[in-house]
Design a protein around this ligand. Structure first.
Ligand code: ATP
Ligand code: MG
Length: 220
């Protein structure tokens, strides 16, 4: 779903991505970590085709969907219409309802976005991504604005959706534990490239005894 070769991106004289290479396999759940300002969101925006002023070779699946930290919902459209917004053809309410049910929002179909809590709005943006049946789902710190309990629920939900839909996921996060909980591959960005790239065994223990936890902490 994504193959990037020699990708470079500068803002003025500041080089953010420097000859970056990255390949994401179908169905992989990839977590991308790295210090603030290292270029994670820049890379995600490029993969989402929101930024085309780059050099290098970028190949990304046509069917991709994005969910950002603060979901942008149209306030004058009811929740279900937000979910199917931008899809070709007539707005398909049934399809929107199915996606909303999948993220546990079957009771929020007809409300206005302004009445949603932060966690609910986040799930609407997941539903909006899911109706697009993406081959690649791009998530930029989707949980960071949520309270601890809502965050855990949302993390579990994303894990379930990934297992059910089988799409590849690229998750940008600052949270090492979240990365190791959800991903089967972790990347750390360094000097504008992927400096650390580790495929993880999905059956390993997912706690602090996990050797991957120690290794990844040392990388950050
Ligand atoms: P964070 O973890 O804080 O979200 P990040 O790794 O996502 O950080 P980016 O948002 O990709 O970092 O930004 C990388 C660098 O590029 C930063 O130095 C940022 O200031 C710069 N940058 C990003 N977007 C722009 C822009 N539109 N114009 C100028 N500079 C930008
Ligand atoms: Mg960012």
């Amino acid at each position: 779903p994504a193959a990037v070769r020699g990708l470079s991106k500068s803002f003025g004289d500041r080089t953010v991505l420097d000859e970056l290479d990255l390949e994401i396999e179908p169905g992989q759940f990839v977590a991308l970590l790295g210090p603030s300002g290292c270029g994670k969101s820049t890379l995600l925006r490029i993969l989402a085709d929101l930024d085309q002023e780059v050099s290098g070779d970028v190949q990304v699946a046509q069917r991709r969907a994005v969910a950002f930290q603060r979901p942008r919902l149209m306030p004058w459209k009811r929740v279900w219409r937000n979910v199917v917004l931008g899809l070709p053809g007539r707005p398909d309410k049934e399809r929107a309802v199915a996606a909303l049910e999948e993220v546990g929002l079957g009771h929020r179909v007809d409300v206005w976005p302004k009445v949603l809590s932060g966690g609910e709005a986040q799930r609407v943006s997941l539903a909006r991504a899911l109706v697009r049946e993406p081959d690649l789902l791009l998530l930029d710190e989707p949980f960071s604005a949520l309270d601890a309990l809502t965050r855990i629920k949302a993390q579990r939900l994303v894990g379930e959706l990934w297992r059910r839909h089988g799409c590849a996921v690229l998750l940008v996060t600052h949270d090492v534990e979240e990365a190791l909980l959800l991903a089967d591959r972790v990347l750390v960005m360094r000097d504008g490239r992927i400096g650390y790239d580790q495929v993880l065994d999905l059956d390993r223990p997912r706690d602090v005894t996990d050797p991957a936890f120690v290794a990844l902490r040392a990388e950050l």
